[in-house]
Design a protein around this ligand. Structure first.
Ligand SMILES: [Zn+2]
Length: 470
């Protein structure tokens, strides 16, 4: 059967042909969504290995495929993390394993395929980070000129990807919303292909394949935790599950939990107020840049998806995201960005408050790699300097730096830096430093004198370099 699909306005229901090449509804300005014919969906067969393009029969047709091997990411059993949380069953869908280490490779592959197949030589894309890095990579592969509009605060790892994939990058304003406005203008003035997530209905089609894969990999996700910025991810996943239901491929739909950052949670606020309408916030405050969206364009679709699934929306603090991120890495070997770790942070709260039962099945979507973001690297250095283990280190470092200034003795070291400590504690640190070969001592008269060793000097200069790095 030939694919039967239309573009439908999510606001007013107006129907356009699927090849209309439109970004929004000409009647009301609403977001457009591809809607597949149910009979067609029932006739669909998937062939080939478990990768993104396996789902070609449920993707709007493109004339050329631009692929870097995206999709087919593992659905990992997370047993150690589950035990720590007190859960029986937890799985992580690890989207960091995509070509640019982010789930956005799915939508970027489809969008750049469409642009290239339609003969566009240039595209324009406003981005918070991951989507732009991804579109830049696929544009490079397809030999399409990639123009990115980014807000000023951009994670350095994502910026590095955009640059190395040879995109042309223009900084514009403080927020993603300002960047989107600029991308609309450039599309109109330059006649470039519009690749912005919020302005291209192919985004949802690309991202929905995550649901298709999860069902083929393990069946029932149970509670499905998804981080929300613009709301596109959770809306796309729900669309995927609804299609799978029409095809008769799922028995149980998941219950969705949409997670936002406390400092930027307009969708969670609307959910809590029982409202269908979103109140945009003035300015989102969170270090998790991937979900720092104050006017979520897909917010109402996200709310609809959460309510239909009998799910819920919750927010978590930046600190909890960082802690959860370290746990995921430490226990499961997956380095997630904070926005992705927000899912596990929220899961932890909902187990403690009894909303989620310890016997429930749970799946968390890990969207992107932490190696691309600034907040985690910064928190690692802060941790080195924080109280607890860190303060021991700082005291030793201080003593070592003092001794590196010239030969000295214990009582003098204590007077110089031992305020608030017993002289015994200072001597203990000195003994540790000597045992590790960072200082050496010699007895002259009644006193023992200390001086720094070559090894001690090397350690200090390595510490200085670390500080430059972070
Ligand atoms: Zn409309």
């Amino acid at each position: 059967m030939k694919p039967r699909v239309n573009l439908v306005c999510t606001e007013c229901g107006y129907v356009f042909p699927s090849d209309a090449g439109r970004n929004s509804c000409e009647k009301c300005g609403g977001i457009l969504e591809y809607v597949w014919d149910e009979e067609y969906l029932k006739s669909v067969e998937f062939t080939g290995e478990l990768k993104f393009w396996r789902y070609k029969p449920v993707l709007p047709p493109v004339k050329r495929q631009v692929s870097l091997g995206e999709g087919g990411t593992p659905l990992q059993e997370a047993q150690r993390l589950a035990e720590t949380l007190g859960l029986k069953h937890l799985a992580l869908k690890d989207e960091t394993r995509n070509p640019t280490n982010s789930f956005k490779d799915r939508s970027a592959s489809l969008i750049v395929s469409d642009a290239s197949g339609k003969g566009f030589g240039s595209l324009i894309c406003a981005t918070n980070g991951n989507h732009g890095a991804s579109v830049a990579a696929y544009s490079a592969k397809a030999d399409v000129a990639c123009h990115l509009i980014v807000p000023k605060a951009m994670d350095i790892g994502k910026l590095a990807q955009m640059m190395v994939y040879n995109a042309e990058i223009v900084e514009s304003g403080e927020t993603i919303e300002e960047a989107i406005e600029k991308a609309k203008v450039l599309e109109r003035e330059m006649g470039w292909y519009q690749a912005t997530t919020e302005l291209n209905p192919l985004s949802m089609e690309g991202l929905k394949t995550i649901s298709y894969e999860m069902v083929e990999q393990g069946g029932d996700p149970g509670w499905l935790f998804v981080a929300m910025g613009s709301g596109v991810t959770i809306s796309s996943l729900w669309k995927g599950f609804k299609e799978l239901q029409s095809m008769g491929r799922v028995k149980h739909l998941p219950r969705l939990v949409g997670v936002q950052a406390e400092g930027c949670s307009p969708i969670v606020s609307a959910f809590a107020a029982g409202s269908d309408e979103l109140k945009p916030i003035e300015r989102g405050e969170t270090e998790a840049s991937a979900i720092r969206v104050s006017k979520p364009i897909f917010g109402e679709l996200a709310l609809r998806a959460i309510r239909e699934s009998n799910g819920l929306a919750a927010s978590v603090s930046d600190e909890d995201m960082l802690t959860a991120g370290r746990e995921i890495a430490k226990l499961e070997g997956i380095f997630a960005e904070s926005a992705s770790a927000a899912t596990v942070a929220s899961l932890n709260h909902l187990i403690k408050s009894g909303v989620i039962d310890r016997a429930d099945r749970v799946t968390c979507l890990i969207t992107s790699s932490g190696l691309k973001t600034d907040d985690i690297l910064q928190s690692l250095t802060k941790r080195r300097r924080s109280p607890g283990l860190g303060s021991m280190l700082t005291t030793k470092e201080k003593i070592l730096r003092h001794i590196s200034g010239g030969t000295t003795y214990g009582y003098e070291v204590w007077k110089a830096i031992g305020k608030g400590m017993t002289i015994g504690a200072v001597y203990q640190h000195i003994a540790d430093l000597e045992e590790r070969g960072l200082i050496s001592s010699s007895v002259r008269g009644k006193r023992r004198y200390y001086e720094i060793t070559e090894r001690g000097k090397r350690i200090l200069s390595a510490m200085d370099e670390l500080q430059v790095l972070f």
